[in-house]
Design a protein around this ligand. Structure first.
Ligand SMILES: O=P(O)(O)O[C@@H]1C[C@H](O)[C@@H](CO)O1
Ligand code: URA
Length: 325
């Protein structure tokens, strides 16, 4: 292990898991390090991050990503490219004229990734399987790069419950369709359940980034489902075995339990970041009020401008944090 704490892997036995921290010996509870709870990684000759077309031998991950302090993720590649351009403006970076921001993963089209100073903007596709693969690889990438004190944000869209469409929700707690704040995963045929934990302080700070904007920012629980249609109680999927009263009773019950919006990644995001010792937050705009209907019929140019709102909030937070780095 190097003194600088960046060159080699270091294994420590913790709570029955091999906990790898990149660099300096890791003290239990010490903040800042990315935790890879996998004893096999340190025995591997090379770690290929297949879906990003990156690897520990083919790329100098430390040089490419060692300075990253913020990882912002969202479903759509185009939106995350737009966020990168927005950051260039907000953070005052210069992209030499004639040059475009480069999609770092352009050898594959699974995910898109842009880097603006200490910020990564990465797409994750739709739903838990897609975001889970992406997070495994991005967490390992951060680990191999020796990154510390990294904050992760999901910047997304959602269906609101009892909110004016266009309202932004900062998630206080991510729960599944049964109200559980944990992610169940089938591993070797058995259910492995891990708590989904978002950082409360980070959520408060994000809420305070709301200014005199023409939209509201509120804090509330977010429900994460495995499906957009039946999973979110819609009546307009290809299949539906319940009636409108049953749908409304379910959504009203969710609302009564404090759920203010519904999307498809937050529980997994909170569970994987927490397992890796990463502070994380979820900020989503609501595209419609699910107590009023199911179809997203607002024109796309309006939806596009609404999807900018979570970016505005997170960019303000990043600017504030960068003053302290
Ligand atoms: O971050 P995005 O807006 O892609 O996330 C939500 C949840 C699903 O992935 C998708 C459904 O339309 O939008
Ligand atoms: O209703 C909605 C809107 C966006 N994303 C969702 O998951 N649900």
């Amino acid at each position: 292990m190097s003194e600088e704490g960046i060159t080699t892997l270091n294994g420590t036995m913790m709570n029955g898991n091999i906990e790898l921290t990149n660099g300096r010996a890791h003290k239990e509870g010490a903040n800042g390090f990315i935790h890879i709870k996998n004893p096999h990684i340190s025995n591997m000759d090379e770690d290929v991050l297949y879906h990003f077309a990156l690897g520990t031998k083919s790329h100098d991950l430390k040089k490419m990503f060692g300075d990253v302090k913020f990882v912002c993720i969202g479903g759509s590649p185009r939106r995350m490219e737009r966020f990168a351009h927005f950051l260039v403006k907000e953070l005052g970076y210069n992209v030499p004229s004639g040059l475009a921001l480069e999609n770092i993963t352009n050898a594959t089209d699974r995910y898109a990734m842009y880097k603006v100073g200490p910020v990564l903007s990465v797409s994750h596709g739709m739903g838990v399987p897609s975001v889970s693969i992406m997070l495994h690889e991005i967490i390992k990438m951060m680990f191999h790069a020796g990154c510390t004190d990294v904050e992760f944000f999901r910047i997304g869209t959602s269906g609101g419950l009892g909110l004016k469409p266009g309202t932004v929700v900062v998630t206080s707690e991510a729960v599944d369709g049964q109200g559980k704040a944990s992610q169940d995963n089938l591993v070797l045929g058995k259910v492995v359940s891990r708590p989904s934990v978002l950082d409360k302080d980070l959520a408060e700070r994000l809420l305070q980034c709301s200014m005199n904007d023409d939209f509201e920012v509120i804090m509330g629980k977010t429900m994460c489902t495995d499906d957009f249609y039946e999973g979110q109680g819609r009546l307009d999927g290809a299949f539906c075995d319940y009636n409108e009263d049953e749908k409304m009773a379910y959504l009203q019950d969710c609302h009564n339990r404090g759920v203010r919006n519904i999307e498809m990644e937050s529980v997994c995001f909170g569970s994987m970041c927490h397992h890796a010792g990463i502070k994380c937050a979820v900020v989503c705009v609501t595209l419609l009020d699910r107590l009023q209907g199911d179809q997203v019929s607002t024109p796309h140019d309006v939806l596009d401008s609404w999807s900018q709102r979570p970016m505005t909030i997170v960019a303000r937070h990043i600017k504030n944090r960068m003053k302290t780095l």
